[in-house]
Design a protein around this ligand. Structure first.
Ligand code: APR
Ligand code: ZN
Length: 281
């Protein structure tokens, strides 16, 4: 039995409404940002103690910065890789994996590079900004997932700049830096999902970085519903049909309890809702 999540009446109504919309949805997706991983100990970018509050992104997360000082950029990314590899998914990540498992959520479109959605068991994850555990060559097409290849530990301990085992050129983190285009396949997939979706669950993003932030807007423009979970209002809040102010892990734990009750026929839901979802047919 999860922790009792104390909420006000209005927050409880919001949770109820969000659960109702989720259970009724035909094609729901999630759109996540750094805030969903905050309770896992991964720093956000613009929130309190955010990375960009302490570091200058133009010195650490641009192709020009890498050109100018690859040692500095690599020490920053190795610090983040070391921090993130020790982080564990939190109840918000697990809730999305559970929603996918029961067929309500079709995909997670994420701006995060921390791999925590996969760690939590989500399968259909679209990474718009890359993955911090992947490296790629600056010259040839060489790419490597250091977690899958088992080289992460040795890679982090390495003092010299990482070189491509195929052509000897410099390796760089396989993430999207400011001023760089997003991976085309991932962006096309994300926009296609947004055009198809009738609901998007937006969790922990400031919604100010484009083109990623178009995803919830496209769902809205196509008549879909927007549910937002954030500790504060964001760039997405003006288009949210339901805005739940709170920490993602706590809110999603409360939301899942309501969804489970509704799926088990509680909350006045007739089985009409479940027809066509392969339950109880
Ligand atoms: N639960 C829910 N929301 C939270 C929590 C929490 N525990 N903690 C912080 N937040 C919210 C903040 O209020 C903020 O709106 O998460 C959001 C984090 O915003 P950003 O730090 O701007 O992160 P994000 O939106 O993911 O940034 C987008 O910018 O720096 C680039 O490439 C980087 O993918 C990143 C992109
Ligand atoms: Zn190479």
């Amino acid at each position: 039995m999860g922790r009792i999540f104390k909420v006000s009446r209005s927050a409880n109504n919001m949770l109820e409404e969000a659960a109702r919309l989720l259970v009724k949805s035909r094609f729901a997706i999630a759109f996540t940002g750094a805030g969903i991983s905050a309770e896992s100990g991964v720093p956000t970018f613009r929130g309190f103690n955010g990375l960009w509050k302490k570091h200058r992104p133009e010195e650490l997360a641009t192709p020009e910065a890498f050109e100018k000082d690859p040692h500095l950029v690599w020490s920053f990314y190795k610090w983040r890789m070391d921090l993130i590899r020790k982080a564990k998914p939190n109840p918000a990540h697990y809730a999305l994996a559970e929603l996918e498992g029961i067929g309500i959520l079709k995909a997670v479109v994420t701006q995060n590079v921390d791999d925590l959605h996969r760690e939590a068991g989500s399968r259909n994850v679209v990474e718009l900004h890359g993955n911090i555990f992947r490296v790629r060559c600056t010259s040839c097409s060489y790419k490597e997932n250091l977690k899958e290849s088992g080289r992460l530990e040795a890679f982090l301990a390495e003092r010299d700049l990482p070189k491509c085992p195929r052509c000897g050129s410099l390796l760089r983190p396989d993430v999207v830096w400011f001023g760089e285009p997003l991976p085309r396949k991932a962006l096309e997939e994300a926009f296609k999902l947004a055009e198809t979706a009738d609901l998007v669950l937006v969790i922990g993003t400031s919604g100010v970085v484009y083109p990623a932030a178009y995803v919830p807007q496209i769902v809205k423009e196509h008549g879909g519903k927007v549910i937002e979970v954030n500790t504060e209002r964001s760039g997405i809040t003006p288009i949210a049909d339901v805005f739940i102010r709170g920490r993602a892990g706590e809110v999603m734990e409360g939301l899942m309890e309501k969804v489970r009750v509704m799926l088990n026929g509680g909350g006045g839901f007739s089985d009409r809702l479940f027809r066509g979802r392969g339950w109880g047919d």
